[in-house]
Design a protein around this ligand. Structure first.
Ligand code: HAM
Length: 461
């Protein structure tokens, strides 16, 4: 008797908790956001940068701040087996970009250097709606200019993007100044004096914050901490004249370009590198306060990461949160993947011609799909219907022999027989020139024909 082998079911894999697949429908939103960001960034003179998804852990410890939630609780870290160096998946973009600015001597370029990015980031956050462990941000960093005009320009850029994406009316800009390190030290001392003795009314996190960074208590969402924070000393009483002047100018410049804001003295942000201006765009539409983007000035970061003292300011928007808001606002992203025409065939000779026609159609900018398998004509046309195509080209061995092809209007079912050689032109006419998806990389790329010094030597020899 043969022993029956027990076949164990293969393990079913799921994406890890807190991370998600971006399926084609969601990609339609990603594509519009990327286009809008690229377009607005280029208009304002920004150039794109990508830094690695992982960096030495110390870059974030030193850059973002050892005692921030992002570094203390949310970093994904790993060490290499061979040399034991500790790395971290980047939780945000600013520290990596400042590292790149210093490493590539960008201080030698005309200042300020204006960079933008659209990238994935990683935080071991508690997963919930709008909070993921891998998420995307688009962001802008302007390094090398302390003027308040930069702060206002970045805020305006973000606001324009929200406008383009149809979500501006759902967002409220919150703005504050947290001053320079000197004002902050004074303020921290005052806050410490105020909260000491009130520890029993603070949450456990804030008791710790009291020792490490009392400013953070102002940002706590806990009800008791908030009530206590309301009567805490006010920053406006300690802010120095320069920081006050900077803040006033940012507000005046925002007024000049008609950007509405709410001054929020409670806003401190969760990253340690900020100085002076901090801001967030809040979506309050679903009751809970939810920030879709934020940023501010970080004048000390370049020096802190080993460069010379250089002022800087930036912003990052959360792509997933913006998509959710676009969907809540019933904004539809255009489906650029719509198929224009389906080519159905029967028989090997017909398949060859179908492949030639598909190639020519695609080359001319038509989105063309072919059933190149062995499915019946009924199944092929059924598939064409599912893709919602307007037209189908149909050919079998008889048509190939006669040099003809059938063009079918899928909605009405009306068919006409046309010469194979005229099929592509006819389809293009039906679809309309303006609807073609034309992209010719060879028309964009140019060959460098200047003679390089080493080639010059060869020519002379
Ligand atoms: P942030 O406020 O930590 O700032 O993040 C910016 C935006 O990224 C948030 O407003 C939110 O929309 C999105 N985001 C953050 N964490 C998550 C998450 N777990 N899931 C989904 N979305 C998330 C920064 O990262 C700074 N680097 C911004 C900046 C640039 N400051 C100066 N330059």
């Amino acid at each position: 008797m043969s022993k029956e082998k027990k076949v164990s079911k293969p393990e079913k894999f799921q994406a890890p908790r807190g991370v998600h697949d971006i399926l084609p429908e969601e990609h339609a939103y990603f594509t519009v956001i990327k286009k809008v960001v690229r377009h607005r960034a280029r208009q304002a003179g920004f150039r794109r940068i990508s830094t690695p998804v992982f960096e030495l852990k110390n870059l974030f410890t030193r850059g973002v701040g050892e005692q921030t939630d992002i570094v203390e609780k949310e970093l994904y870290t790993f060490a290499t087996k061979k040399d034991g160096d500790e790395y971290a998946l980047r939780p945000e973009g600013t520290a990596g970009i400042v590292r790149a600015y210093i490493q590539h001597g960008m201080n030698q370029l005309p200042q300020p250097v204006e960079l933008y990015y659209i990238e994935p980031f990683f935080r071991h956050d508690r997963p919930q709606k709008g909070r993921y462990r891998q998420f995307h941000q688009f962001g802008f960093e302007v390094i090398g200019e302390p003027d308040p005009g930069i702060d206002a320009q970045i805020i305006q850029l973000a606001a324009t993007i929200h406008e383009d994406l149809g979500i501006a009316d759902k967002l409220k800009l919150q703005i504050n100044t947290i001053g320079c390190p000197k004002c902050r030290e004074k303020f921290s001392n005052q806050l410490r004096d105020y909260f000491i003795g009130k520890e029993r009314s603070l949450c456990a996190n804030c008791v710790r914050r009291l020792a490490e960074n009392p400013l953070r208590i102002l940002d706590c969402k806990n009800e008791d901490c908030r009530i206590l924070a309301e009567n805490a000393p006010k920053f406006e009483n300690v802010i120095c004249e320069d920081c006050k002047d900077h803040h006033q100018k940012v507000l005046e410049l925002l007024d000049a370009v008609d950007i509405k804001y709410t001054e929020n003295p409670q806003l401190v942000r969760g990253l340690d590198y900020y100085a002076r201006t901090v801001f967030e765009f809040w979506n309050e539409s679903d009751g809970a306060q939810n920030s879709v983007g934020g940023g501010g000035r970080y004048d000390g970061l370049v020096e802190q990461l080993g460069g010379t003292a250089t002022a800087a300011c930036g912003y990052a928007g959360g792509v997933e949160r913006i998509i959710e808001l676009m969907q809540d606002s019933r904004m539809l992203a255009p489906d650029k993947d719509q198929i224009d025409i389906f080519v159905a065939q029967l028989g090997f000779g017909a398949k060859k011609v179908a492949l030639q026609i598909l190639t020519e159609l695609r080359g001319r900018g038509v989105h063309a799909l072919g059933a190149l398998g062995k499915a019946s004509m009924k199944d092929q046309l059924g598939k064409a219907d599912k893709f919602g195509v307007k037209y189908a080209l149909i050919l079998g061995e008889v048509e190939v022999r006669e040099g003809k092809i059938i063009l079918r209007d899928m909605a009405s079912g009306v068919q006409e027989v046309i010469p194979i050689g005229k099929a592509v032109e006819k389809v293009i006419k039906k679809i309309g020139e303006k609807n073609l998806d034309r992209y010719d990389p060879s028309g964009e790329l140019k060959k460098d024909t200047t003679v390089r010094p080493e080639e010059e030597l060869l020519i002379r020899d």
